[in-house]
Design a protein around this ligand. Structure first.
Ligand SMILES: NC(=O)c1ccc[n+]([C@@H]2O[C@H](COP(=O)([O-])OP(=O)(O)OC[C@H]3O[C@@H](n4cnc5c(N)ncnc54)[C@H](OP(=O)(O)O)[C@@H]3O)[C@@H](O)[C@H]2O)c1
Length: 255
């Protein structure tokens, strides 16, 4: 049973993609353009967005931590497209860190981008869609938000918060006819995961992630998690009591 209405055809859908310049966002943008969506691309790197758009998408550069620049991008997309049907809030960053390396300043930067940035975008989108009684918001969190994992000290906390945030958004917005999707990728090969020094299990390419994201939205899924061979194992692991979970995580990760 799908928790959101299905999306039958991307053709002509007005999609605002935030965090579009590389990795999962870039692959998703390419796929959306192939499927005939009208795509607006947002992130900080205007040159990368312009090259990606190649004349076929709107470029609205902004920093998600700067509410004024994000508001200008939102206004630009609404004015240029006459509205937004689907918003994908995907911007994020990651710095692997162990407890003994914790630095408050870089932790704060990560919280600002991953959590506050997503809240900044949603604070524009949720009232807009609720008032319209339609539309879709998809938020990229991570399976790192399911439970604590070594090297994900701050990153995992931001993603756990986003999972809770998306659940609560769903409870509020679904009755108003607004679809909410929670995207929880496993390991995807992108500039972000290139920072990981360990061998990433079930690593997939960004193109496969994009295919999963579009298919999940089309199906009306609330949680879009992939690859299933990895995410299902993590889901099972997180059902365990802590006295079983902690030693298993040490054993599996070697950390
Ligand atoms: N790769 C994985 O294995 C994986 C797994 C689970 C979840 N995720 C999540 O998936 C999302 C995309 O990650 P990715 O792996 O594709 O990494 P990526 O290639 O580094 O892409 C991150 C995107 O976010 C944008 N961004 C970063 N800071 C921003 C800011 N302050 N304002 C606006 N845009 C900003 C970047 O663009 P600019 O630099 O141009 O601003 C870029 O387009 C992230 O939320 C990440 O946490 C990734």
């Amino acid at each position: 049973m799908s928790l959101n209405p299905k999306l039958v055809d991307w053709n002509g859908q007005r999609v605002w993609l935030i965090g579009a310049s590389s990795g999962i966002g870039e692959a998703t943008a390419r796929r959306l353009m192939q499927r005939g969506a009208r795509v607006a691309l947002t992130s900080r790197n205007r040159d990368a967005l312009t090259a990606l758009a190649d004349g076929n998408a709107l470029v609205a550069a902004a920093d998600v931590t700067d509410r004024a620049s994000l508001q200008a991008a939102f206004d630009d997309v609404c004015a240029s497209f006459g509205g937004i049907d689907v918003a994908i809030v995907n911007a994020g960053t990651h710095r692997p860190v162990r407890a003994w390396e914790l630095d408050a300043e870089s932790a704060e930067d990560l919280v600002q981008v991953n959590l506050v940035g997503a809240i900044n975008a949603t604070a524009m989108l949720a009232p807009y869609f609720a008032q319209r009684g339609g539309g879709r918001i998809a938020i990229t969190a991570s399976v790192a938000g399911y439970g604590g994992l070594p090297t994900g000290l701050v990153y995992g906390a931001t993603k756990a918060a986003l999972i809770n945030f998306a659940e609560t958004l769903y409870l509020d917005l679904a009755p108003k006819g607004v679809a909410v999707h929670l995207i929880n990728p496993g390991f995807v090969k992108t500039p972000l995961t290139d920072l990981n020094a360990f061998k990433m299990p079930a690593l997939i390419e960004a193109g496969e992630a994009a295919r999963e994201i579009l298919a999940g939205i089309e199906a009306g899924a609330f949680e879009i998690h992939f690859p299933k061979r990895f995410t299902r194992v993590l889901k099972a692991l997180n059902l365990l009591p802590y006295h079983a979970y902690f030693p298993l995580v040490h054993r599996i990760t070697g950390l």
